[in-house]
Design a protein around this ligand. Structure first.
Ligand code: MTE
Ligand code: MOS
Length: 827
């Protein structure tokens, strides 16, 4: 066991404690960035002038009228930018654009004494636009070949021969929906400038160091003249990984120009119409199975909807490609990736970061094809699991695949699946107008940033002369409980009760060059750094105590606030006081980098992940045959978090991730105006009244979560595993349960295509498709109804009803496209 993962007896990590701010959260006293407005004098408020066009050249901008409005102080436009007029790391995100690229794009900003003055000022600004043709949907972009960024290909073996040797080959397509983050706290920044020109930005950002770099870029300042603090976020979910930068830069620009604090907070509609969302994807695929239902080959093209600029689209696509296998061994693989450029918000990181979209492709294939193969979907999945010794298509050995089997078997027993399948069948036989479905699906998710460089972190741990401890680390808190875990890590490492340790908000002047708190790696990385800092301190204190106790320093131990050795002991406070008197340094900075990673993003090969997280979910739904409406009757989960650092936090993450995934797959329906009218490109769902989020009424009626046992992870802080993103994908079980319930309205072995999101409307169409197979349940008819083309079939001979053309309309494979060199900032 590595010393990093070794856990002392009676450790503070592993204790089931509430979130460190739980009491503040529920009493409303936790401070969020916007709460600082009331504590800051002379604040100016910012309001954007937003484009009504999806794409248009700005031919004239007249701001004079804004100054006629009472309380308007300043209009910010491109001419005011001292540095680079760009808020991104790719150089394709002008902060004040000369061309509007989506409806809602901010052209300029107005600062006012009050929010109302700024709003009226923005309304008074006159902008002349020359509209240009715009691309709105992913399919339009594919037809126009409007792509941006790299076009990677993930390749293993010979996919043509894999398909040629298959007993049956199917082909199909899938449209995957995007998702709005809908964090409770919208984007917000407050910027101040001090007497020496030092800029201080408080921002709701997951990546303070990059926000700092972008503010410096726009203001033409060195990074040491800009400090960014992230107090805590009211949710980020990936939406605050890159998108805060431009907003922080506008606030900082306003503060430098006026000398006054500037607050920029988006209201909900501004947030929804200006900032990026989960990428929608289109997938086109051919898949081969052998006569036993083992996957032989997968050939697919995944096209993501990147929106108007690249932002994080390239690394999101890379993660999608790296997760197209999910938990399954596929011998021959070719997956082409492309990023469409559309005139929509710039789509960005969202919990899972492309992983969910990639995994949905294979889960959808298995769910759609199982009835066509005549194999129970759970059995088809289980049969294709990785086994020890196999590697992913990008060449990383799959370690601990048996954990997934344990989780699967454990859940099957725990949730009584065998018995309940019979009950579901009995219910369905008795009820012509209501059907139930019960599905079980696995998750395998790679942990670490693909981009090896980002897998590093820093921390700063202070011990004061009274023995109290203050820690800082480079990670941000967005509700996920990272700070709680870091307090537990520090207390464990220093051998102190939790109450002796305090944590200060994340700031770039405390810990520099920090990576985004993302990729679920916050606890792994920052935990390693906090532990490293603490261990330097205990090593020094051990020397001090050893001299006092007349033992060797190696015999000194720290536990529960007591420092012991050779039968004697001192209090922590006594040792700290001695150390100070002896002029021994009482604080330390820590650093951690994940060992053993390597990734070639051009070849799409390597071992980018420290380990895989595993999980299994079983879900039962009931669907109404008249409306497609459904309820989630029961969900059971077994999830692998290693040896949990903080079980309550982890269970909360699993529950929350699952529900957010269920929202994405079944409820949340982003709609953009796609017609040719004046509203073309407008987001039609711009508030909670039109965008359906999961709420209490959509919760599973029974919901159990268990942490996988015997799950120690060697080489990670105190044997734990990341938890933030993987549980989101447990929600595939809801979609598959809905598919099975819909299919139950048709003949036995009806195969159905279920659109995403599987709203009641989509479910109703799936039911109709199942019913339509009653009159003709030949294999060809069933395949057609499931949106699957039977390309070739040896098992049972050629199906006479199979559609004529052996290939789907468009060839599933983009021609051997030249692999574009990786253009940087992968993540
Ligand atoms: N949980 C809450 N409550 N709020 C959030 O914004 N973000 C998720 C996840 N869980 C999020 C959350 C995402 S996208 C990630 S990457 C991880 O938390 C980031 O935190 P971690 O690395 O500390 O797990
Ligand atoms: Mo999470 S999408 O990696 O911020």
């Amino acid at each position: 066991m590595s010393s990093l993962s070794q856990r002392p007896a009676n450790a503070v990590v592993g204790q089931a404690i509430p979130h460190e701010s739980a009491a503040l959260h529920v009493t409303g006293s936790a401070l969020y960035t916007d709460d600082l407005v009331g504590r800051t004098a002379g604040v100016l408020h910012a309001w954007p002038v937003q484009s009504p066009h999806a794409r248009a050249t700005v031919t004239a901008l007249r701001v004079e009228a804004a100054y006629g409005i009472d309380g308007v102080v300043r209009v910010l436009s491109a001419a005011d930018v001292p540095g680079l007029n760009d808020a991104g790391v790719k150089g394709d995100e002008p902060l004040f654009p000369a061309e509007a690229r989506h409806v809602g794009h901010a052209i300029c900003w107005v600062l006012g004494e009050t929010l109302e003055a700024a709003r009226l000022g923005a309304a008074a600004v006159e902008v002349d636009y020359a509209p240009l043709p715009a691309i709105i949907t992913l399919r339009e972009a594919i037809a126009a070949e409007a792509f941006q960024g790299c076009q990677p290909t993930l390749l293993r073996g010979d996919v043509e021969s894999g398909l040629a040797h298959a007993a049956v080959v199917f082909a199909g397509e899938l449209d995957i929906a995007g998702q709005e983050h809908f964090y409770l706290e919208t984007h917000v920044s407050i910027a101040l400038v001090d007497e020496a020109g030092q800029v201080f930005v408080q921002s709701s950002t997951q990546h303070p160091s990059e926000t700092q770099a972008m503010v410096a870029q726009v203001l033409a300042l060195p990074s040491n003249a800009v400090t960014v603090q992230s107090l805590r976020m009211g949710g980020g979910f990936g939406g605050k990984e890159m998108q805060p930068h431009g907003l922080a830069a506008v606030a900082a620009l306003g503060a430098t120009l006026t000398g006054r604090p500037v607050r920029l907070r988006l209201n909900r509609t501004q947030d929804m119409t200006m900032t990026g969302k989960r990428h929608g994807f289109h997938a086109q695929w051919r898949v081969g199975f052998d006569a036993d239902g083992h996957l032989t080959a997968l050939d697919a093209t995944l096209t993501s909807d990147g929106g108007w600029s690249l932002d994080l689209s390239e690394p999101v696509l890379a993660r999608a490609l790296c997760h197209v296998d999910n938990a399954y061994w596929i011998p021959d693989v070719r997956v082409n990736g492309r990023i469409a450029r559309t005139n929509k918000t710039s789509q960005t990181a969202f919990r899972g970061f492309g992983g969910p979209q990639g995994m949905l492709v294979i889960e959808d294939i298995l769910g759609r094809c199982a009835p066509l193969l005549g194999i129970d979907p759970a059995e088809l999945r289980r049969r294709n699991f990785y086994v020890d010794g196999q590697a992913t298509p990008y060449g990383q050995p799959v370690r601990h695949p048996e954990r997934l089997v344990h989780a699967w078997d454990d859940l099957t027993a725990r949730a009584d699946l065998v018995q309940r399948r019979e009950e579901v069948a009995a219910f369905n036989a008795e009820h012509p107008h209501a059907k139930r479905g019960l599905a079980i699906t696995p998750v395998k998710f790679g942990i670490s940033f693909n981009f090896t460089t980002f897998n590093q972190a820093g921390a700063l741990v202070h011990v004061y002369t009274d023995g109290s401890v203050l820690i800082n680390h480079g990670g941000t808190e967005m509700g996920q409980g990272l700070h709680t875990k870091m307090l537990q890590v520090a207390a464990t490492s220093l051998g102190l009760p939790l109450e002796r340790v305090r944590l200060a908000p994340t700031r770039t002047d405390k810990v520099p060059n920090a990576s985004a708190t993302a990729a679920s790696s916050g606890a792994d990385l920052n935990g390693g750094a906090v532990k490293h800092a603490c261990e330097q301190i205990t090593a020094r204190l051990a020397e001090v105590a050893a001299a006092e106790l007349s033992v060797d320093p190696s015999e000194v131990t720290f536990a529960g606030g007591v420092v012991s050795g050779g039968g004697g002991s001192l209090t922590w406070e006594e040792v700290v006081a001695l150390a100070y008197a002896q002029r021994v340094q009482l604080w330390a900075s820590g650093f951690y980098r994940t060992e053993g990673l390597q990734w070639d993003s051009t070849a799409m090969q390597g071992s980018p992940f420290k380990y895989f997280s595993y999980g299994v979910a079983a879900c039962e739904v009931e669907v109404d045959g008249f409306t497609g409406a459904y309820r989630t009757r029961r969900v059971d989960i077994v999830h692998d978090v290693g040896d949990s650092l903080s079980p309550l936090v982890d269970i909360g993450q699993i529950e929350g991730g699952f529900v957010q995934g269920a929202g994405w797959l079944t409820l949340e329906d982003l709609r953009w105006e796609e017609g040719d009218g004046p509203n073309r490109g407008r987001l039609a769902t711009q508030s909670a009244s039109t965008y359906k989020l999961p709420s209490l009424s959509e919760m599973p009626e029974v919901f159990t979560v268990a942490l996988l046992e015997h799950a120690h992870e060697d080489g990670v802080v105190y044997g734990s595993k990341a938890v933030g993103e993987p549980p989101l994908m447990l929600a595939f079980s809801v979609r598959e349960a809905l598919r099975q319930a819909a299919a139950a309205f048709g003949p036995e072995r009806a195969a159905v295509h279920l659109a995403t999101p599987a709203t009641p409307e989509s479910v109703w169409w799936a039911i109709e498709s199942a019913r339509s197979q009653r009159d003709d349940d030949s294999p060809g008819r069933r395949a057609e109804r499931a949106g699957v083309t039977v390309v070739s079939a040896e098992v049972g001979g050629q199906d006479p009803h199979a559609p004529d053309q052996p290939e789907p309309d468009a060839p599933p494979i983009a021609p051997e496209t030249e692999r574009l060199a990786d253009s940087g900032s992968p993540r």
